[in-house]
Design a protein around this ligand. Sequence first.
Ligand code: ATP
Ligand code: MG
Length: 283
Amino acid sequence: MIRIAIQAKGRLNEDSVALLNEAGIEIEPSKRKLLTHALDFPLEVLYLRDDDIPQAVAMGVADIGIVGENEVAEKGEKLEVVHKLGFGKCRISLAIPKGETYDSPSWCNGKGVATSYPNILKKFFAENKIKADIHEIAGSVEIAPSVGMAEGIFDIVSSGGTLITNGLKEVEKVFWSEAVLVANPKLSAENRAILDQLLFRFQSVERSRGMKYMLMNLPCDKVEAAAKIMPGVKSPTILPLQQKGWCSMHVVVGERELWARIEQLKAIGAEDILVLSLEKMIP
Ligand code: ATP
Ligand code: MG
């Protein structure tokens, strides 16, 4: 049995649960419990605040976890980053009142900067040889300048809307983050094997995202040309139609290139094109 820590509620919770579900792991819905277990996979789920996940995994309270790289970097715990998960993307930036002129981090010298990420900020100041005060606050960082608590802030930005409503502007993008799967570096061999299974499933889910399954009819003498347009994963599947001289071609294609490919295929005589959603791709 492996134990995974995920965020109890907040921006990473839904995507973390969805990823587990798509990987075929049903979790008991009750979020009131701190600990639940999966119905058909040797996995327990521990619901925590995201700040607590790095330490929980480092201590072995949980074996693995899903958490933002920002928290991993801030907490500085000894963790193995197993895999980037592609959601929860954000950045940590320096922002200052919009009327200020800014040309370099030296703007911060002698000033106060409010943040929930004191360690990442400390590193940024050290790299830029800045001497400034770091005011650590847990939330609502963006109001700090307007209430006179600090001159600038160092906080998570995604769209920038919150900054604008608080009269701030982003002047330095410092740290890029997304959700990652982390593991305790000293997993037992059994748990390492379960982690490998889980990772294999996550990767299969990722691979099938944005992929479509496509079928079409085309004259058999166009198969070569069609396979050049749509090479598929290994190569297209070709089946004969009952009507002489016609074939059915099946192929997996990325959604983004779908329409361009369809136009090319129609131009060489493909007809009756079906595009189906693709649930899983197992290599
Ligand atoms: P908790 O109660 O668990 O401590 P929190 O308030 O600290 O929650 P959330 O706002 O839920 O945190 O964000 C959790 C994580 O999601 C952040 O640490 C970051 O990795 C990521 N994140 C934060 N803001 C955004 C955003 N605007 N867009 C995408 N991901 C974000
Ligand atoms: Mg938090």
